[in-house]
Design a protein around this ligand. Sequence first.
Ligand code: PMP
Length: 441
Amino acid sequence: MTEVAGIRRRYVERTGRSLELWRGFSDVLVDGSTRSLAYYAPHPVVIVSGRGAHVTDADDNSYFDLLNNYTALVHGNAHPALTEAAASVMGSGTVFPAPHVLQARHAGMIRERIEGTEVVRYTNSGTEAAMLAVRVARAATGRDIIAKARYGYHGSFDGLAPNFGGGSVRADPGVPRVTAEALRVFEFNDSADMERICCEVGSDLAAIVLEPVLGSGGAVPATGEFMADARRLSDELGALLILDEVQTFRLDHGGMQAVLGVRSDLTVLGKLIGGGFPIGALAGPRHLLEVLSVGSPRHMKHAGTFNGNLVSMAAGIRAMELLGPDAISRLNSGGEALASSTRSALASSGLPGTVTGYGSMFNVHIGAEVGTVRTGSETTAQDQALMELFHLALLNEGVFAAPRGFFNTSTVLSDEDLETVAGALKQALASVVEETAGERR
Ligand code: PMP
């Protein structure tokens, strides 16, 4: 283990100030942070600033940002146009319990992109938007049960059980019992399993909820066939198909549903549409979202103090304006090139594993049991010790990515940046190989 300690030792040496600060934070914050994903051993780096394609930690180390707040910062950090858009509204009030032109403009942009969208309702996070989608589906169908994919992540709430193996790569033992009663789980990309589970529920099924590419579950794209089966099954059973495009909206002008050729009944959005500020949105046809209308005989109340706040609206509009088809195509090419060079580097490193993903999102899975990662379940087969070393090695090489091996590109990464990052990823893999060769032999 002395060699294995090398990567970690170097990491600890480089991040002394982060450790000191983080220890202090832990006095008042659980794990010294505010989200499960922000903690990793031996201690997380404390990021003090971000600009463009880089973030800087408390020890003044600079990193290429290949996480972009888990895909939300599609234009990188502190993009001048987005900062300016946010600042432009700040001096005249940030949120009112009243309608506003920016909300209508933002919603119009979503409607223009996602087929079948007539109206939009805003929330403050993707989690809330997914919660709302479930409520609307139940109200619209008069049914109770929701079916979702194992490892599908739709936010931190019990109704869609993020912990059915979805929060990260491991199942969480603390799933509340109540969840299991209204929720059924099937394997992603396994049409037969989905059909079996959904048909068992039959006329009690309110909705099938799916990510078109598993995000937390390991950047695993759905096949077109699986999505078509989800659509057909929903129609046959009179249930709704809810697509969660909180992450995948960045992958195509019409969202990943346009790529896969599937039409959702309701679409859950978040992250990038807030331009770096908190947001969630539920988009769909008027006849389904009508239950939220005060004038509807079946009116279901939906409130939220900061829904449609103007900072998120203004920055979000700008973020979408800057993400036209050409920008998306460049973004995806960059991600694909990086995924491809990483795949080659992994193959020639001798480490067991694979790289999954689509366009600007990809995930490196290292482990002898990883397999081809088609259903997402295989991410549980990642070798946690190797993944942890790889992540720390990436940080040592100046790349900020997710501990589970998830990467995504931003529009501000230049071709030269991407080449540098590709070299850093290769070097990180090489240092893992070098330090574990003896153990793996
Ligand atoms: N759905 C998906 C697919 C997500 O990736 C996330 C966030 N990672 C959410 C929902 C929840 O969004 P938020 O973190 O804004 O609550």
